[in-house]
Design a protein around this ligand. Structure first.
Ligand code: ITT
Length: 186
C-alpha cells in the first residue's frame, strides 16, 4: 500500500520518514499546502486537513499537526505555532519569556490518517519540558533551539541528533502509536 505524508515542513517530513523507515514502513511525501482551520484543538485541525488531503489525492494519506504550548503564556503559541514561528520567531518567544521564572512548556503532536473512505484515525504524543534562556544548538527546526525536554539530559532538541530527539519527542511518540496501528490495519 502506498502511504503519503502531506506536509510542507521538511523538518517534520525527515523525522517522520526516518521513524517509520526504522519500523519498516515506507512513505511518500507531498508538499501540498492544506487549509488550516482556526481551532484550539490539534485533533480538529489535523482531522480536517487529513480529509482535505484525502479528497485531493484519493489515496492513503496522513498529516501531522503540532505545536508548542507555554504554561506562562496560557498555552500560546499552541495551534498557532507555525504562524508565530514565521512572524516573531524564537527571538520573539524569548522576549515574551524575559524575566519569567516559570518556563514550563510542552510540545504536542497529532497525526491524522485516512486509508480509505472510512473515518479519520488520530494518534497523539506529548513531550514535556521547559524553555531555555537562550537559543542553543543547530539541529532540528522551529522551536528546537529553545526546548529542553524533561526526559533528556539538559540539552535542547536542537543539540540532539534526530534519533535522540525522536526517542523522546511528541512526534516520536505519536508516530510509534501510528505505526503499531498501521501494522494491524495494512
Ligand atoms: P504542515 O502543516 O504543512 O505540516 P507546518 O510547519 O505549518 O507544516 P504545523 O501547522 O503543525 O506545521 O506547525 C507546527 C509548528 O510548530 C512548526 O512549524 C514549528 O514551528 C513548531 N513545531 C512543531 N513541532 C516541532 C518540533 O518538533 N520542533 C520544533 N518546532 C516544532
Amino acid at each position: 500500500m502506498r502511504l503519503t505524508f502531506v506536509t510542507t515542513n521538511a523538518g517534520k517530513a525527515a523525522e517522520v520518514r526516518s521513524l517509520l523507515m526504522a519500523l519498516g514502513i515506507e512513505i511518500g511525501v507531498r508538499a501540498i499546502r492544506l487549509t488550516e482551520i482556526q481551532s484550539d484543538s490539534l485533533e480538529e485541525i489535523s482531522a480536517r486537513c487529513c480529509e482535505e488531503a484525502y479528497e485531493i489525492l484519493r489515496e492513503p494519506v496522513f498529516v501531522e499537526d503540532s505545536g508548542l504550548f507555554i504554561e506562562r503564556l496560557n498555552g500560546f503559541p499552541g495551534p498557532y505555532s507555525s504562524y508565530v514561528q514565521r512572524t516573531i520567531g524564537n527571538a520573539g518567544i524569548l522576549k515574551l519569556m524575559a524575566g519569567e521564572e516559570n518556563r514550563r512548556a510542552y510540545f504536542r503532536s497529532c497525526i491524522a490518517c485516512k486509508l480509505s473512505d472510512g473515518p479519520v484515525k488520530l494518534f497523539s504524543g506529548v513531550c514535556v519540558g521547559r524553555i531555555s534562556h537562550e537559543p542553543r544548538g543547530s539541529g532540528g527546526f522551529g522551536f528546537d533551539p529553545l526546548f529542553i525536554p524533561d526526559e533528556g539530559d539538559g540539552r535542547t532538541f536542537a543539540e540532539m541528533d534526530v534519533k535522540e530527539k525522536s526517542a523522546i519527542s511528541h512526534r516520536g511518540k505519536a508516530v510509534r502509536l501510528f505505526a503499531e496501528w498501521l501494522k494491524l490495519a495494512r
